[in-house]
Design a binder for this molecule. Structure first.
Ligand code: AMP
Length: 367
């Protein structure tokens, strides 16, 4: 493969969190070095070969970083567009700018998925003030979910809106005291399951999707992922095809998490896409032949993808906040694989690590 960067090359990662840490941990066995660029030290800088601690608009630091690495990826989607563009003039940045731009903006994301990929989403309307919210609620005719277009995550920056409620108050729950703000109103989807497909696409356009998984949340934060989701083969295939079509339409290189709602009638609706490895793919480290982080490194460095095949049925549980204090209990269970992220302070809801249990094939269907 002519595009392949040889062992000894350096993968540059924007962001210093746990995803960057696990990318660095996957890069080592392939013979690569990892250089993290982040505004402060964090989980990733504990395990990388080199770190630059600087702001994302520090052009001097960015230029030196670009000189020192062979390809760049990012481990969070809110990388400033100007940072990605600055780097892309100097070194390959994967995934591309368009994927980043679309994934950063919920309205662009849903419009792209519905109109360009031709895949179902919740019905949605652009709204920029309380009056438009009232109009859009009327068009919707059902319960709605109002979300900011940018910087929402884990249920932050969103609220449920009931028909007949005070729209000014609903607006303020998301926009605060801003009269005008970029928001999206979605129809509430009465889903049966929340699920996701993590998919990788290589420089040569080949695609490898992991199996559809079920995601269980607590207080809007992912708590547990079950691989595979216990759904029909048709739904599994449909979900996989959707994820593959999305990355192909974007000429994407890297790993993407595609979050979906599954409805009782077998429908698969796309909710969100994350242009990076995804929490619902952490099970792949212990539970698949090639993990999502290895796929990310392979794609970004121009290598062929590995196999996404499962090694069994897998349960991944996030360790949130002070749950990390149960460390001794996990150690007593030799079947559980422990992944801690090296965070010093266990704030409530903070992702401190995850636990993976690989079970025999078919074990989840017997529950
Ligand atoms: P998001 O930030 O878009 O991932 O939304 C966070 C959570 O809110 C999702 O995991 C769902 O549980 C819920 N949610 C978001 N959008 C909708 C929707 N249109 N209908 C029903 N539930 C939703």
């Amino acid at each position: 493969m002519s595009t392949a960067l040889p062992p000894g090359s350096v993968i540059g990662v924007l962001g210093g969190g746990q995803l960057g840490r696990m990318i660095a941990q996957a890069a080592g066995p392939l013979g690569y070095h990892t250089h993290i660029f982040a505004p402060s030290r964090g989980p990733a800088t504990q395990v990388c070969d080199r770190a630059t601690i600087a702001d994302y608009d520090d052009e001097e630091a960015l230029a030196a970083f670009a000189e020192a690495v062979d390809a760049v990826t990012f481990e969070f989607e809110n990388v400033p567009a100007a940072t990605a563009a600055f780097l892309a003039e100097r070194v390959p940045v994967r995934p591309n700018a368009r994927s980043l731009e679309i994934a950063q903006h919920r309205l662009k994301e849903k419009t792209f998925v519905r109109d360009e990929v031709g895949v179902p989403t919740a019905p949605f309307h652009a709204v920029t003030n309380a009056a438009e919210l009232a109009e859009a609620m009327e068009k919707l005719g059902t319960k709605g979910v109002l979300k900011t277009c940018r910087f929402g995550y884990d249920g932050k920056g969103q609220t449920f809106v009931e028909q007949g409620e005070d729209m000014v108050a609903a607006w303020a729950r998301v926009a605060g005291d801003k009269a005008e703000h970029d928001c999206i109103l979605e129809g509430f989807v009465p889903f049966e399951l929340e699920a996701s497909v993590v998919v990788a696409r290589a420089v040569d356009g080949s695609v490898a999707a992991f199996d559809l998984v079920e995601n269980r949340h607590e207080h809007h934060i992912l708590k547990q992922t079950l691989a595979p989701a216990q759904v029909s083969g048709d739904v599994m295939a449909k979900a996989r095809e959707i994820a593959e079509r999305i990355v192909t339409a974007l000429d994407y290189v890297g790993v993407m998490g595609v979050e979906m709602f599954l409805t009782a009638d077998g429908g698969v609706l796309v909710n969100e896409m994350a242009p990076r490895p995804h929490n619902s793919g952490h099970w792949t480290i212990d539970g698949a032949v090639c993990s999502q982080f290895e796929q990310c490194v392979r794609a970004v460095m121009g290598l062929p993808l590995g196999s996404p095949e499962r090694r069994g049925d897998v349960v991944m549980t996030n360790v949130l906040g002070h749950e990390v204090d149960a460390f001794g209990e996990w150690l007593a269970d030799g079947q559980v694989k422990i992944h801690l992220y090296g965070k010093a302070e266990a704030r409530e809801g903070r992702k401190m690590g995850h636990l993976t249990r690989v079970l025999p094939f078919g074990a989840l269907s017997q529950d």
